[in-house]
Design a protein around this ligand. Sequence first.
Ligand code: DGY
Length: 321
Amino acid sequence: MKAFITRQIPEVGLQLLRAAGITVTAHTEKRELSREELTNACLQHDALLSVGGGNKIDAEFLNTCRHLKVVSLMAVGYDNVDVDAAKQLNIPIGHTPGVLSNATADTAFLLMLAVSRKAFYLHNTIARGEWGFFEPTKNLGMELNGRTLGIFGLGKIGATLARKCRGAYDMPVIYHNRGRNEAAERELGAEWVPFDELLHRSDVLSLHAALTPETKGLFDENAFAKMKPSSIFINTARGGMHNELHLLKALQEGRIWGAGLDVTNPEPMDPDHPLLQMPNVAVLPHIGSATVEARNGMAVIAAQNLIAGLKGEPLPHAVKG
Ligand code: DGY
């Protein structure tokens, strides 16, 4: 059996694949594969391990590569996959939930704190030689103690962030999901609120939902207009959920106070983007799951899903769709 991997992955995942007798070819160049390259590679393999969200696994690709026994994503998000088409073609899709919740929640926490104290901006002022005269009314941030944390999409990652924020800053938690998360309500005292109320009441609003037709572009000028002028917007989920021009305008006009992004729209972000120069903004290059622990865990699950798919067994972590 032969598997194609779109990136170099942690050794622990490769070892599992080799131990299962699978011959692995990895694309090791530091560039995204073109669609044609990916298709041609998959035509010569029995399974695909696709890393991150860069490759479009759409109906056309799946039809051409309908011989694939499994597509295993090394990612939790699967907005790049046409799950219905895969289902119709009986190609199981795996993903890697759970193991990256802590790392991704930490990234949101880091951005929240960095924005609240203008940390990235001030770091850059030092590098520019602007560490000047101490002024008691300059470079002031805001404290997070007791502020309301709003979570859009309270699943594993959102609940992990909520737990950290309750512990560190005693932040009350409100959330909006399509359904209720009763376990989080019991554990964290989280309060379900309608979407508009989430916007109105959040001091820090953090996105942890999937990118779907319903959530695409949802955080636009209308949404920002409903937020508090003192609020912080955090997105570690998918850049497609916010409108970046509207976000810039909302910050420039003081409709919201700050923003922390680990995901942008598009990615990579233009290095001349005005958001990168703003004091109350912190941007990271989509590193939510970039810890040794999370990436090893993701590689293991992705390998386990791939092995199960090649054996014709149910995937331990199948995308439900
Ligand atoms: C994920 O796991 O979904 C990360 O955002 C990488 O795409």
